[in-house]
Design a protein around this ligand. Structure first.
Ligand code: DP6
Length: 347
């Protein structure tokens, strides 16, 4: 029996313009824009025996079996087996590790699902005898597959910045897949820093999927989708030059707070931020006013705070984090991350 395998490292990403609300099969209600991260990533090895006789799925995480990941992966497989017919009868082994706490709102599904899509697309090429090329057409296909696993995963396959979701002013944009956006942002964003302050490393009380579902009956949904698009338009303009930092700061923070405000304004309100999240936000505002440094925050669907700032302010910002912010982090934990170059094949 032939066994095929593939290993990829794929990063997480942090949305600046948030995807919150979906329809159909993981199609976004509004376009989103993200930084691809670097330190936060998943390493995955997938081993496939296509004609195993009995199809099977084994999922290992950090070397231990994780049957709880099975249902999400199985429903992903059911969505993609039209592209990969061999998957139906295959025996599949997925072995992965990630560099950050699972389920803590650091888009673990984005790095894991994009890594899985990369491995499967690679194995499909091997099965079809196609020499592997990581060109833009291939990445677009992988982005679309990743989206079917987790919407935000569609954005993890590109270097630096990715745009996912249709918008009138970007002709090639699509709801089906993300597109690369690095070429449209000024050099400072290619080395932007993201320090992730870990306010809590526990599992989230409400998953992103459940949160998206609550948007379908949300009173403010249509206003939100329009507003996200306007914010995207302005942010894209601001990021074209190094002079747009004020706009960058105000839009990033407004998007983060809107995401959490939407959670609190629904018919079944919920709250993912913690008291320490609020303390950090207030301290960011104080520090920015006093120092004049362009450091701002954004939030994922969780309590942790991402601090975004240009590389040349790293020393000052780190000193401040250690003196004034580390006390709000669980066990003083923070992750020093930065904008990254996208997935890499592991040999
Ligand atoms: C708040 O991509 O995790 O991080 O498509 O249901 O898997 P599913 O949701 P997911 O949602 C991410 C939501 C967000 C914003 C964002 O990353 O754009």
């Amino acid at each position: 029996m032939m066994v095929y395998n593939s290993s990829w490292q794929s990063p997480s990403n942090i949305a600046l313009i948030k995807y919150w609300g979906k329809y159909g099969i993981q199609l976004p209600r509004n376009p989103s824009l993200s930084f691809t991260l670097s330190a936060c990533h998943t390493n995955m090895k997938v081993e496939i025996t296509p004609d195993a006789g009995i199809p099977g799925l084994t999922v290992l995480y950090d070397g231990n079996e994780r049957p709880s990941f099975g249902p999400k992966i199985k429903s992903f497989f059911a969505r993609i087996d039209v592209h990969f017919p061999w998957l139906k009868n295959a025996s599949v082994l997925i072995d992965s590790t990630s560099t950050f706490p699972h389920g803590a709102g650091i888009a673990s599904s984005a790095s894991a699902m994009s890594a899985l899509a990369l491995c499967l697309a690679d194995i499909d090429d091997q099965l079809n005898g196609i020499a592997h090329t990581k060109d833009e057409v291939w990445l677009r296909k992988v982005s679309e597959l990743s989206r079917l696993g987790s919407g935000s995963a569609s954005r993890s396959v590109y270097t630096t910045v990715a745009l996912w979701g249709e918008t009138d002013f970007v002709k090639e944009s699509s709801n089906e897949y993300a597109i690369p956006w690095a070429q449209h942002v000024s050099p400072q964003y290619h080395t932007y820093q993201d320090t992730i302050l870990i306010v809590s490393s526990g599992e989230k009380s409400v998953s992103s999927s459940a949160g998206h579902d609550l948007m379908s009956e949300h009173t403010y949904a249509s206003v939100r989708y329009q507003h996200a698009e306007n914010n995207l338009h302005q942010l894209i303009g601001a990021m074209q030059t190094d002079d747009g930092t004020d706009v960058f700061v105000s839009i990033c923070e407004s998007e983060a707070l809107q995401l959490h405000a939407l959670m609190m304004m629904g018919r079944n309100p919920f709250m993912l931020i913690e008291p320490n999240t609020v303390s950090i936000i207030k301290e960011v505002w104080r520090f920015r006013k006093e120092s004049g440094l362009p450091v701002c925050f954004t939030l994922d669907a969780g309590p942790n705070v991402h601090l975004l700032y240009p590389l040349h302010h790293q020393r000052n910002v780190l000193d401040w984090i250690i003196s004034d912010l580390q006390k709000f982090c669980v066990d003083g934990a923070f992750i020093q991350d930065k904008v990254g170059t996208g997935p890499e094949k592991i040999n």
